[in-house]
Design a protein around this ligand. Structure first.
Ligand code: ADP
Length: 634
């Protein structure tokens, strides 16, 4: 079967899935345990926030058991459980959609399944040919049994179950040439997996483990010493260490531990670029462990991406993705905040107005910025890598909310330097400004190469000044929001006045403009309202023409707005200025042609304008007319 190509963003995810899932089937246990832990969190939360719930914290447990007779691994919890409807809604979709045969999906069109279902519960099928879930919701009298063997759908029927909670019974597949599934029926393998992946789960994970020791038999040998022998016993053992990593002392937890925790908890295949650990006491007490990722999730720049930090109050999870803890500009940060000062009963609406929460938020904001600045200075390469993925987000952050966060972010963003040919900060631009240079010059185009080719860069480059090449949609909005950096204004090289001439030079060019008035008027007449004015250029040195703009709307703005659907696209138009280099041979040629027969001058004029439009990277409306004009000159 011919394979089709995926969208770029899906590709990254697919690689991750294929490489990690199919080579690491073992993660199924982590996923199932994590669901069990979530279910206990939910019941625990309920028991604290509602009256008359007779469960106590000590009773909660997760059990991992092997049923060797039936070839099954069983994970049980005494959490919130599921009703029949829950089962349909939560477990049903997967089998319904027939998407269990993931490999087949990978080779077909439909790759959306990944986004829709995550790896979660579904991963049990990586090692099982049949999965049975028996569950009783807390407060319900009836238990239900859900069974599926994969793509052929599922059944739900009534069953007997004494107490609330859930058993996930995974019937392990027979071994094949690639995979020795039967190793999952070995208790030491399972114990290792629990330690490896689920050590920080906050609830005890019990296993019945065989333990051996030398014990006295009660008899004595001929010398009268007690006889001893090796005895094995099955003991109920808690396998995981439970204390959450963010609650441990900093010196107890290595960076490697944090990285491992991050990869598992936030399902990233790359280490983060930074770990920020906060242990605050005072007006508000909290611990936080934040991570700055290296790579953006595939949906980061889409609406599907849900930012937020996980919020705990003294070890009880209150919210999975608490948005109110993170400023929008740092929405890429992942992590956990745990504060005993927060009320468990707090609702999403109340959170926004919570004083403590706001204090934590503003503290974290400072810490994140400080860490990014540190990275930038001490590990520029790592920062560069981070910046390639998230720089755009920082720029959006500047523009959003009327520039509220501009101050916070202006030192973190970078633009491509014409001179150094690499991204630089505004600080670095301003520091290497020349004597007498008053402005921060920038050129906007769809790529660095195009920006450098813009004729209007000539005058600035001639002075030896660096130019920032702006290539992203958001860039020009950033310069408009910031307006200046350390007292130096931003100046578009395609704008009207670059402020580079002395008074004397200005006077000279005004005189020249006056002298050439007839020719300029001729040009303007031919072009009509295509341009708002035609003038002699002070920007151009070697090039013949360029297109610039006057007024508030720049050419790049016009381009940007015309790319988004809606009324604005028609309304936002730049006032175009055709700038002409009077020292270019093309200018004298035009002057020669004016007044002669055959419309040669008119053609030359329209071609001149067409060239300027093309160089500026603006769309050409009348390509055929232009081509006609060119052929007329042959
Ligand atoms: P996720 O955990 O990412 O939501 P899963 O596919 O792992 O996705 O699980 C789907 C849903 O099934 C869970 O959100 C939860 O509502 C329910 N579920 C799974 N396992 C359990 C369990 N042990 N107890 C209660 N509900 C569960």
């Amino acid at each position: 079967m011919a394979k089709k190509q995926f969208k770029a963003e899906s590709k990254q995810l697919l690689n991750l899935m294929i490489n990690s899932i199919y080579t690491h089937r073992e993660i199924f246990l982590r996923e199932i345990i994590s669901n069990a832990s979530d279910a206990i969190d939910k019941l625990h939360y309920k028991s604290i926030t509602e009256a008359d719930i007779p469960v106590s914290r000590e009773d909660f447990r997760i059990d991992v058991r092997i049923d060797s007779e039936n070839g099954c691994v069983v994970v049980s919890d005494n959490g919130i459980g599921m009703t029949k409807e829950d089962m349909d809604a939560n477990l049903g979709v997967i089998a319904h959609s027939g998407s269990l045969d993931f490999k087949k999906e990978v080779e077909s069109d439909d790759v959306d399944i990944i986004g829709q279902f995550g790896v979660g519960f579904y991963s049990s099928f990586l090692v099982s040919d049949k999965v049975t879930v028996r569950s009783k919701a807390y407060g319900d009298d009836q238990a239900w049994e859900w069974t599926s063997s994969g793509s052929d759908g599922y059944t739900v029927k009534e069953c007997e179950k004494e107490s609330w909670g859930t058993d996930v019974i995974m019937h392990i597949r027979p071994d094949d040439e690639n995979e020795k599934y039967s190793s999952y029926l070995d208790e030491y393998t399972l114990e290792d997996l629990v330690k490896k992946y689920s050590d920080y789960v906050r609830w005890p994970i019990h296993m019945q483990l065989e333990k051996g020791s030398m014990e006295e038999t009660g008899e004595t040998d001929e010398d009268g010493n007690p006889k001893r022998e090796w005895v094995t016993r099955v003991e109920d053992t808690v396998v995981n260490s439970m204390v959450p990593i963010w609650q441990r002392r900093k010196d107890e937890v290595s960076d490697e531990d944090c990285m491992k925790f991050y990869r598992e908890k936030f399902r990233d295949y790359e280490d983060p670029v930074s770990v920020i650990r906060v242990n605050a006491e005072g007006s508000v007490t909290y611990r936080a462990m934040l991570f700055i990722p290296k790579v953006a999730p595939y949906n980061f720049y889409s609406r599907d991406f849900e930012p937020g930090l996980q919020l705990y109050s003294a070890g009880v999870m209150i919210m999975d993705k608490c948005k109110d803890l993170l400023p929008e500009c740092f929405r890429f940060v992942k992590g956990i905040v745990d504060s005993p000062d927060l009320s468990l009963n707090i609702s999403r609406e109340m959170l926004q107005h919570d004083r403590q929460l706001n204090m934590i938020k503003s503290n974290l904001e400072k810490k994140i910025k400080a860490e990014l600045l540190r990275l930038m200075e001490e590990e520029p390469e790592t920062y560069g890598e981070f910046y390639r993925n998230f720089g755009r987000q920082l720029k959006y952050g500047i523009v959003e909310d009327y520039g509220m966060k501009a101050e916070l972010l202006k030192d973190l963003i970078m633009f491509h330097s014409y001179e150094k040919d690499e991204p630089i900060t505004l600080k670095s631009y301003v520091e290497s400004m020349h004597e007498g240079q008053e402005k921060i010059y920038f050129a906007t185009a769809e790529s660095v190469t195009r920006a450098k080719q813009l004729p209007q860069t000539e005058q600035v480059r001639d002075k030896g000044y660096d130019i920032l090449c702006l290539t992203e949609d958001v860039d020009e909005f950033v310069t408009r929001t910031l307006r200046e950096y350390e007292g130096k204004e931003f100046c578009d090289v395609s704008g009207n006045d670059l402020g580079l001439e002395t008074e004397e030079e200005m006077k000279n060019s005004e005189e020249r403009e006056e002298a050439e008035k007839d020719t300029l008027d001729f040009i303007k007449d031919i072009l009509g309202d295509k341009v708002s004015s035609v003038k002699l250029s002070r920007k151009l040195k070697t090039h013949a023409v360029c297109l610039t703009s006057e007024g508030d709307v720049s050419l790049e703005m016009e381009k940007y707005f015309s790319s988004i659907p809606g009324e604005q696209s028609e309304m936002v138009k730049a006032k175009r200025v055709l700038e002409i280099n009077p020292d270019h041979p093309a200018y004298s040629a035009l002057k020669d042609a004016i007044g002669r027969e055959g419309g040669r001058a008119e053609s030359m004029d329209r071609i001149r304008y067409g060239q300027a439009v093309l160089i500026a990277g603006m769309p050409m409306d009348d390509v055929l007319d232009l081509s006609e004009d060119i052929f007329k000159l042959f």
